[in-house]
Structure formats: structure tokens, C-alpha cells
Design a protein around this ligand. Structure first.
Ligand SMILES: [Zn+2]
Length: 54
């Protein structure tokens, strides 16, 4: 009867991968979560928008 204690969020996080996106402006490689690739991510260094990965 421990079914209710399982957090569905943990299952989700396990399948989360990261994607490396190279900034086209400064060349910095930014690591983003695969579920955030559809969001508008910004370079951590120059703050320019990163290209959306396929
Ligand atoms: Zn950059």
C-alpha cells in the first residue's frame, strides 16, 4: 500500500536528459534539460537566445 507515496515527478526526472546547445554568438556550450528545449533558452554567457535544437 505504498502506491500513494510515490511521487510521479521522480519518474519524470529519471527520463530527463540534457542537451548541449552551442551558442552561435559566443560559442559557449549551454547544457539544458531536454524538456526545456522548446522554451526560449538563453546563453549563460552572452544572454543571446540559443538556437532551438531538433
Ligand atoms: Zn553566447
Amino acid at each position: 500500500m505504498s502506491e500513494a507515496q510515490r511521487c510521479p515527478g521522480n519518474e519524470l526526472n529519471k527520463s530527463l536528459g540534457t542537451i548541449d546547445i552551442k551558442c552561435s554568438s559566443c560559442g559557449t556550450v549551454n547544457e539544458i534539460f531536454s524538456d526545456e528545449k522548446d522554451k526560449s533558452n538563453k546563453c549563460t554567457k552572452c544572454k543571446k537566445p540559443l538556437p532551438t535544437p531538433q
